[in-house]
Design a protein around this ligand. Sequence first.
Ligand code: GLY
Length: 360
Amino acid sequence: MGTPVIAGLGKLFKTHGLSKKTVLLFDENTRRLFGEELLRKLNDEGFQWTELLIPAREASKSFSVAFRLYGKMIEADVDRSWNLLAVGGGVVGDLGGFIAASYFRGIPVIQLPTTLLAMTDSSIGGKVAINHPLGKNLIGFFHSPELVLIDPSYLTTLPHREIYAGMAEVVKYGFIADEPFFSYLDLHFADITGLKEPYITEAVKKSAFIKDDVVKKDFRETAGLRATLNFGHTFAHGLEKLAEYRHLRHGEAVTIGMVCALFLSHNLGYLDRESLDRGLSLLRKFKFPKGLLKRRFLDIDSGLLLESMFSDKKKLDKKLRFVLLKKLGEAFLLEENIDDCHVLKAISDGQALFSSKSSR
Ligand code: GLY
């Protein structure tokens, strides 16, 4: 595969004031797929490096794994003059960012995302975290990457299921921030999920710029703007919890969650019927593994899902926060509390929509 993004890495690092002393963090997959070529390039360009490897699973985002990796870095004499390059998807990026933010009170992190979700969402914006047994991403920092190196050619190694999961976040940007982008995604959905150029690069680029723009305006998520990136996520977190964070990809849960959030926006009188229909029509293009929707959404009692949404340990005030749409391309964070009956209705509307599709 061609890897333009890692050609000339030395020069790029220099331009950004980064040293050529780098800790590389891989998971088993990214080490196997991209490791040799990357290490060869670093050798050619005179880098001093040490590498760390983690299992490719959510459980790697733990304090015990982080602690083990700190030890390896201390043994390799890594100090504050080094940086860390995280090569992988959301798990590697989050854990790598967490380690970089905390090691020696903080070293620079560079993200090299290799999944669609990481390229368009998790690698950008500096939210880095590990999980706690009581909840996901509860222990972490805001630690901005010095660089995010994005190369869509890495996506060719991914299974289709991962592409659709990442596409959920891409589509999210159209919904919350950019109606022309929404229309582009609708028109070229098959081209993008088929990784055709120039559509895939355009979709990744546009998503990354929208995310970066939102983050710049509301880095610490205090103004209600960054929170709009969580469109569909309140429903999604409830579904992921019910699926024990194992049986449903985050992006799959977000796709379902956006269907429910569209219905909620319409049912509460914010979104007109035509926009609802256009939104649903795009979301119906997503494919799920056979039987998954039935097991993880259609067969679930709406009351049970609501309970699971409430049990997210991050909701200390026990209020659900919803991001709704006023129109396609414009989202807002609903400040007031809504009656549970509206949430239950949005869930059952979503279930009815997917039930009407025979292939599920
Ligand atoms: N993924 C949501 C955020 O970065 O704020």
